[in-house]
Design a binder for this molecule. Structure first.
Ligand code: SF4
Ligand code: FES
Length: 521
């Protein structure tokens, strides 16, 4: 492992590490804009210039690999002069609109200009102006502020899997544009806002609503991506103003999916029910909490005396907190019932009692990178788990072979080694064949019914629309699509449950299917 001396401190780093990584390891800050630890190296801002002994000119720390015995000075006069010069160039065309810029207070350029810039500009010519772009409802642009670090472009290409932004022109004519006037529609687009070191890309919903120093911060967990991504909820006067990712390498790294980032808008929606209401004579009436709670208590008491305890049950929204669910279970049990469930979209309960604990991935997300093969079954991965899709995209670009078994030919925006698109009704048989093949390769007996798969799967790479096994109408196509979103369940439209409580849950699943987002899609 090479040894390097940075600002007089010696350290040992892994082979191939850059000066920037070595300095970070020592806690030495080197100013930078285009460098980001999760993105490829572009080395186009030149803000990270440092002095390297015996080198004829300053070198970019983010793109210079460490060599054994190297001596680096990050704060020498020579390095400072280079950094000051780059900052002066960057500020030539950057507008001095900090007082009205949404990035004010959390702008990397603003901070570094204070630390590394001169007190006055020598530039007296007119600054250039770049027209703003319409990137859709989430990202607002002020492209004159752009310093062409290309972080947004690289994020789209490398992590989101789709190059929706690119740079055209050279020198003073360089600008970031979307692909032929299109909007940025990636499910991870909000991360470009975080990455932009200046105020060129800002959050449209948050724009001009608060200053960063006015916001109090609360750590929380994402409610929508099923990963428990860490996030920070930022609040002003008891109103959630924005949500940002909280870095956690084990889970979401430093990213957040758009639905977790922007769904706070629903909290402030006028359509949200914030006051209790009671329906009387077919009309909803707003009441105060005391009246509403008495109404509920009366209803529950009547139910308790009118019905057999076995007929009493409660379905909780899976979005409820554990505390809310525990209280609901307590309430139902106090009424004598024991039927409490949260699986609103599940219709096949045949595995109940056969499994121990909650089903889970079987390994930590951070360990996924060790896999050389992945089999994805029945998941609209980019919609269901956008950040997991991003991780798999990185893996698929390296050594991991991604195999897909699904009822719809979903565009994953990553290399797929093998793909089997089958009818929803054939999915279980196809999976059984996979299990049987694995057992054969491993010289083991296939478990139970996998050894005798029923219908053979109909592989078709041409078949892009999922079809329902029980009917061919467009409505059932939607049904099939919605039930195939559920992992480890049979299609709801072809599965019947026997006992009465399970029948109710099936009815609930049907209701939930009616409200399924796929139906609106
Ligand atoms: S828009 Fe922001 S992130 Fe993109 S290149 Fe310009 S400064 Fe960098
Ligand atoms: S951070 Fe090194 S060149 Fe931009």
């Amino acid at each position: 492992m090479p040894k390097v001396v940075i600002d007089g401190i010696e350290t040992e780093v892994r082979n191939g590490a850059t000066v920037m990584e070595a300095a970070n390891g020592l806690g030495i800050y080197i100013p930078h804009f285009c460098y980001h630890k999760q993105l490829s190296i572009a080395a186009n801002c030149r803000m990270c210039l440092v002095q390297v002994e015996k080198a004829p000119k300053p070198l970019p720390a983010c793109a210079t690999p460490v060599a054994d015995g190297m001596k680096v000075m990050t704060r020498s006069d020579y390095a400072r002069t280079a950094q000051d010069g780059v900052m002066e160039f960057l500020l030539i065309n950057h507008p001095l609109d900090c007082p009205i810029c949404d990035q004010g207070g959390e702008c990397q350029l603003q901070d570094l200009a204070v630390g590394y810039g001169k007190s006055a500009s020598r530039f007296t010519e007119e600054k250039r102006v770049v027209l703003n772009k319409n990137l859709g409802p989430l990202i607002s642009t002020d492209m004159t502020r752009c310093i062409h670090c290309t972080r947004c472009v690289r994020y789209g290409q490398e992590l989101a899997g789709v190059m929706e932004l690119g740079m055209i022109g050279r020198g003073e004519h360089a600008e970031i544009i979307s692909f032929v006037g299109k909007t940025v529609d990636s499910e991870l687009s909000g991360n470009m806002i975080d990455l932009c070191p200046v105020g060129a890309l800002t959050s449209k919903p948050f724009r001009y609503t608060a200053r960063t120093w006015e916001l109090s911060r609360r750590k929380s967990v994402s409610p929508h991506d099923s990963l428990g991504s860490n996030l920070v909820v930022q609040v002003k006067q008891n109103r959630v103003m924005r949500v940002l990712p909280l870095e956690n390498d084990e889970l979401n790294q430093c990213w957040l999916s758009d639905r977790d980032r922007f769904s706070y808008e629903g909290l402030n929606s006028e359509e949200r029910l914030t006051k209790p209401m009671i329906k009387e004579d077919g009309h909803w009436r707003e009441v105060d909490w005391q009246v509403a709670l008495e109404h509920v208590a009366r209803g529950l008491s009547e139910t308790r005396f009118k019905y057999d305890p076995n007929e009493i049950g409660a379905l909780a929204s899976p979005h409820s907190t554990l505390e809310e669910m525990a209280l609901l279970a307590k309430l139902v049990r106090a009424m004598g019932g024991d039927n409490v469930d949260h699986r609103l979209r599940q219709s096949d309960f045949s595995a109940d009692g056969k499994r121990a604990g909650a089903p889970w991935l079987g390994m930590k997300l951070a360990e996924l990178g060790q896999l050389d093969r992945v089999l994805l079954v029945g998941s609209f991965l980019r919609k269901d788990h956008p950040l997991l899709a991003s991780r798999l995209r990185q893996m698929a670009k390296l050594k991991t072979k991604l195999n897909v078994l699904h009822c719809a030919d979903d565009e994953l925006l990553m290399p797929v080694a093998n793909k089997l698109i089958t009818r929803p009704g054939d999915l279980v048989a196809a999976l059984a064949q996979v299990v049987k093949a694995v057992a054969e390769v491993k010289h083991k007996a296939a478990p139970g019914s996998a050894a005798r798969p029923g219908r053979s799967p109909r592989a078709s790479h041409r078949e892009t629309a999922p079809r329902c096994s029980s009917a061919t109408s467009p409505r059932n196509t939607l049904k099939a699509r919605s039930c195939s979103v559920l992992p480890r369940t049979s299609p709801a439209c072809s599965t019947a449950s026997s006992d009465s409580w399970a029948r109710r849950r099936t009815a609930s699943a049907a209701i939930s299917r009616a409200a399924c987002p796929w139906k609106a899609a």
